[in-house]
Design a binder for this molecule. Structure first.
Ligand SMILES: [Zn+2]
Length: 289
């Protein structure tokens, strides 16, 4: 089982407003923001926190449909909390492809260190969240059990549509088979980001570059890493730097969307998407069907 390091670099675009639950102030559900101190003073930016993205990715794997009619989590007897922590088969139960990569904890018994970490998430633009009035969701009315005739309005903040979120996933020393779970999670999470409704983001794509996506597999890191500075607030320079860094690997030229050198392979744009899809399919073939 050959191990590698793997990195995913991407720019996500939210086609509609998104709510990432953060904290509730008096009657207002706030989203998470970050405040940066830049050359032009303080800047507030929307934030799609890596911690939340990691949580959604893990759930996406646990909720993946298994051929026996259960979800993969039910099939493996692995949940959140209640991670199974089976990195090897145990008591006649299979090893868990989720815990193996995301890590797990069986209190007092076993700790599995996660080897997949998440970064980025600070939006490029400085569009601050907007507050909107919402009526309480019918399921919340049932739960509250009273005032069913009069839905209680509440206010909720949303990250604005059209924000670009650079995001990065890093896997430390995992085999291709193990990384396949991370690839499946990364791709399947896209329609499901955001708390409640609406949901969803896509990988930003344009004609020149294709999808803003880079996949590295390596023992030795090479060249530039396409990471957009959180201080960058203008879209075009941010995307130019992403494109340049994506194509900048020392001593290796890109004939197509793939560059290969000693101990290093990079897929860019459409080729990166195709490689992630291939890995995601390998995960489904191994664990779902
Ligand atoms: Zn598990």
């Amino acid at each position: 089982m050959k191990r590698y390091h793997w990195d995913i670099y991407a720019v996500l675009e939210a086609p509609q407003e998104l709510y990432f639950g953060h904290e509730v102030e008096i009657n207002v559900n706030r989203v998470e923001t970050v405040t940066l101190e830049g050359p032009e003073g303080k800047v507030v930016k929307a934030y799609f926190s890596p911690t939340k993205r990691r949580g959604i990715e893990r759930r996406t794997l646990l909720w993946a449909p298994h051929k026996d009619g259960k979800t993969l989590g039910e099939h493996l007897e692995c949940g959140i909390p209640g991670t199974c922590a089976r990195v090897e088969p145990e008591d006649g139960k299979p090893a868990c492809p989720v815990c193996r990569v995301f890590g797990a904890l069986r209190p007092g018994e076993k700790t599995v260190i996660g080897r997949l970490t998440h970064g980025g998430g600070v939006a490029i633009q400085t569009l601050e969240p907007q507050e909107k009035q919402r009526a309480m969701h019918p399921s919340d009315l049932v739960r509250s059990g009273k005032d069913q005739e009069n839905p209680t309005p509440f206010r909720r903040e949303y990250n604005q549509p059209g924000l670009y979120y650079p995001v990065y996933n890093h896997a430390l020393s995992v085999s291709e088979e193990e990384f396949a779970a991370a690839a499946y999670a990364f791709l399947n999470v896209l329609p499901r980001v955001g708390a409640g409704n609406p949901k969803g983001a896509r990988i930003l794509s344009d004609e020149e570059f294709g999808p803003y996506l880079v996949l590295d597999r390596y023992l030795v890191p090479k060249g530039a890493r396409p990471i957009i500075s959180p201080h960058q607030t203008a879209i075009e320079p941010a995307l130019v730097s992403f494109r340049q860094e994506a194509r900048q690997v020392r001593g290796i030229s890109f004939e197509s969307g793939k560059a290969e050198g000693p101990h290093f392979t990079r897929w860019v744009g459409e080729d990166a998407l195709a490689e992630l899809e291939r890995l995601a399919q390998a995960f489904a073939d191994s664990y779902l069907v």
